[in-house]
Design a binder for this molecule. Structure first.
Ligand SMILES: [Zn+2]
Length: 360
């Protein structure tokens, strides 16, 4: 039995879902039947032998990792294995990765590590060379649409959302069920036309206002997701500390609650930062998808367009410039993503990109 596994796949390919199913199989007496108490506890994230690590912030630190390694090494409570499922393992800081490496090099006899990351290259070689690799691919549009139809979404709408989400099931579901998310995406896709119109100032004004619109659409998207997550967490905490109770021990409880609330707020704040970055990145990927469609039209390639709904705009841009220009624009988008990862101020990086998109 391999003690370390690495699940990789693009966002939305279900790498953490696959890892969790594998964890259920390891912990179940019947190889992951899906119905026994053990399997149900794994699904709910409450199994005593499953340590679920989900970095909320932009990075995962060394102190947290050391603590995790200690807890991971304990003997299983019920069965044969103790399983650590580490989502977004690529967010481990360098020191955290070193602590992790030690645990994987000399694994506790009953501990299995399941790491998840977008690709094997996102982890240090020393770690990935000790893992058995499980590579997931992006599901095809039809498969994503089928999942949505099963959820009760109409065929047409499911297909359009699946195409737009480019294989990301969660994103497709959101686009199909949240009109605001769909509206914000449409706003992002207006950028190419907005910046390509001939302007007396060379398109400077349009490029800058498109950048501002992109960043604020991403922020609005992140804010709506953040609120959905934050509100129930705060309520659960308030309930846990028995809001409104009276009598002895209230003072102690209030002090404890204040500390826990502060900790929750810190965690939520760092998650909000990450969600903002993720949603801007998704907007950039939507934009890159648009220019990829432009390129397909320019080459007359027989591929499925992600942005069928914007067919008129696609053709308009495709006709107005050569393929080389389109390639340069896609490169500008990818460079912007890199700069955001390197912590460049979002508006600055996006402005630089929209100026490159406006250039002909
Ligand atoms: Zn089971």
């Amino acid at each position: 039995m391999t003690h370390a596994w690495l699940f990789t796949g693009p966002p939305g390919s279900g790498r953490s879902v696959a890892a969790r199913a594998f964890a259920a199989a390891l912990l179940c007496a019947d190889q992951g039947c899906g119905v026994c108490p053990s399997c149900r506890q794994v699904a709910a994230g409450g199994h005593a032998d499953l340590l679920l690590v989900r970095p909320d912030g932009l990075s995962y630190g060394v102190r947290q990792t050391r603590d995790l390694v200690l807890r991971a090494a304990a003997s299983p409570v019920y069965g044969r294995w103790r399983v650590v499922l580490f989502e977004d393992a690529d967010r481990a800081t360098e020191q955290a990765a070193n602590a992790l490496l030690k645990a994987i090099e000399e694994p506790a006899p009953r501990t299995v590590w399941l790491l998840c990351a977008p690709s094997a290259d996102d982890l240090p070689t020393t770690i990935r060379s000790r893992c058995r690799l499980v590579t997931l691919r992006t599901p095809p549009t039809a498969a994503v649409a089928e999942v949505l139809v099963r959820d009760g979404i109409g065929q047409e709408q499911a297909l359009a959302a699946a195409r737009a989400a480019q294989g990301h099931i969660g994103r497709a579901r959101r686009l199909a069920t949240d009109p605001e998310a769909a509206r914000r995406r449409a706003e992002v896709l207006r950028v190419p036309v907005a910046v390509s119109a001939a302007q007396p100032d060379g398109g400077l004004g349009h490029a800058l206002s498109a950048a501002a619109a992109l960043v604020s659409a991403a922020e609005a998207e992140a804010a709506s997701v953040t609120e959905e997550l934050d509100v129930p967490e705060r309520e659960a905490l308030r309930r846990a500390f028995g809001e409104g109770s009276t009598g002895k021990g209230v003072a102690t409880a209030v002090r404890g609650a204040a500390g826990a609330l502060k900790e929750l707020e810190d965690r939520q704040k760092s998650r909000a930062t990450r969600l903002k970055r993720d949603s801007l990145d998704r907007a950039l990927l939507d934009l890159a998808g648009f220019y990829r469609d432009v390129l397909a039209v320019q080459f007359g390639a027989d591929v499925e367009l992600a942005n069928e709904a914007q067919a008129d705009e696609l053709r308009q841009i495709a006709a107005a410039s050569p393929p080389e220009t389109t390639v340069r624009k896609i490169e500008a988008i990818m460079k912007c993503r890199e700069r955001l990862t390197a912590n460049v101020a979002p508006l600055l990086a996006v402005e630089e990109m929209t100026l490159a998109l406006a250039a002909r």
